[in-house]
Design a protein around this ligand. Sequence first.
Ligand code: ATP
Ligand code: MG
Length: 139
Amino acid sequence: MRVFDTHSVEQTVDLGETLAAEVKAGDVVCLHGNLGAGKTALVTGLARGLKAERAVSSPTFTLINEYPGPQPVYHFDLYRLNHPAELEDIGCDEYFYGTGVSVVEWAEKAPQLMPPIRWDITLEIVGDSDRRITVLTPR
Ligand SMILES: Nc1ncnc2c1ncn2[C@@H]1O[C@H](COP(=O)(O)OP(=O)(O)OP(=O)(O)O)[C@@H](O)[C@H]1O
Ligand SMILES: [Mg+2]
């Protein structure tokens, strides 16, 4: 387990970019943390580090945004998920157990559908511009 403290949104984006170097094809990265904790900022950095070709934007009306690149990045946001079955219905296993990289905001909305081997990254708000980010890697 590693703990990082960031003091600006840019530092959180940079952390995501740094962590991307450790992300392998097929990985699932689960993000935990309250509204405004910085999950999407971290995804922005991860996508940048993974050389995704499209700017990150939160999937608001869909559950998932796909960013093409050397390995596709699937950006899930489960905030609006009413029931885990909705995620199952869109065929999440195809994404989670495929060769792209899946990044899941609000993963705790469907914990039973998250693969057992995964990243767990928790972001805590500790000040106006301070975040504590705890990283558990799958290996
Ligand atoms: N150290 C920091 N790291 C990341 N964001 C920060 C930091 N300090 C302040 N912020 C602010 O916190 C907000 C983080 O927004 P972001 O959309 O990344 O959060 P989120 O966890 O994805 O929220 P949501 O649950 O709504 O999707 C932004 O407004 C950003 O400017
Ligand atoms: Mg977000």
